[in-house]
Design a protein around this ligand. Structure first.
Ligand code: ZN
Length: 249
């Protein structure tokens, strides 16, 4: 509680009730403000920004990897075709009774060409694998960072949910107090308070006169006003000449 908090000198006074009511409303505002500005919420938003950026980076990376893997598969398919062709070739070559010398020569030449082609493509496959290796490592590292951030985000979600539940409980407690206070108060006075509060934009509408100072605006009430207010009936409404707050005295 702040030093401005109202401590009822006369708990039964009509105006004193309004000051208590204002205290409760200030507490409700504070609870709402605290929940709206939880540090964990900011941290979670930071993680969301990070996750979005990492998501784009991951999509780009996976696109490059998929492209290289497609090229690799195409080359591997070609190697498989060459190998099968070479196997057929060898078979025919060894079935010598079916092969004329000229045909054997042609088959040998073809086998050599196929062998050279295979080496060339296998080199390309090795080259692609070398390109893929660092990209795959990068993808694994990024995935680990994403998963770690996602788990931190879940922890923050849980902490925010707990803080929200606690605030809700506290809020309900204040509301119960407020209802009891309103039920015990003069409805006309409550309606004056509510109307003023509705247009006050969170500024206090009730102030306690402490000596000659208004607790709502912390300014000194001029002695002529103070004199007049001091002589009013205790339940008569009086306003601070500076801020217009209803003065509890
Ligand atoms: Zn004032």
């Amino acid at each position: 509680m702040t030093s401005d908090a109202f401590e009822p000198a006369h708990p039964t006074s009509r105006l004193g009730t309004l000051a208590l009511l204002q205290d409760l409303d200030v507490r409700l505002q504070q609870i709402d403000h605290r929940v709206a500005h939880l540090g964990d919420r900011e941290a979670r938003a930071g993680i969301d920004t990070q996750l979005t950026a990492w998501g784009s980076a991951m999509r780009a990376l996976e696109g490059r990897i998929a492209d290289l893997e497609r090229q690799q598969r195409r080359h591997e398919d070609e190697v498989a075709r060459i190998e099968s062709k070479r196997a057929q070739n060898t078979e025919r070559l060894y079935e010598s009774h079916l092969t004329s010398p000229r045909e054997a020569e042609a088959l040998t030449a073809e086998a050599d060409a196929l062998g050279r082609r295979q080496i060339e493509i296998e080199d390309r496959i090795l080259d692609l694998m070398e390109q893929l290796e660092p990209l795959n490592s990068e993808r694994d590292a990024l995935a680990a960072r994403q998963s770690e951030a996602t788990s931190r985000r879940q922890d923050l979600d849980a902490a925010i949910a707990i803080a929200e539940r606690e605030a809700e409980t506290e809020r309900n407690g204040v509301l119960v107090e407020r209802e009891a206070l309103v039920a015990s108060a003069d409805p006309e006075l409550i309606s004056v308070y509510e109307q003023r509060r509705a247009v006050a934009r969170g500024e206090p509408v009730v102030g306690r006169l402490i000596g000659t100072t208004c607790s709502a605006c912390h300014l000194e009430v001029p002695s002529v006003d103070h004199e007049r207010i001091a002589h009013l009936e205790p339940d008569k409404l009086a306003e601070c000449p500076h801020c217009g707050a209803l003065l509890v005295r």
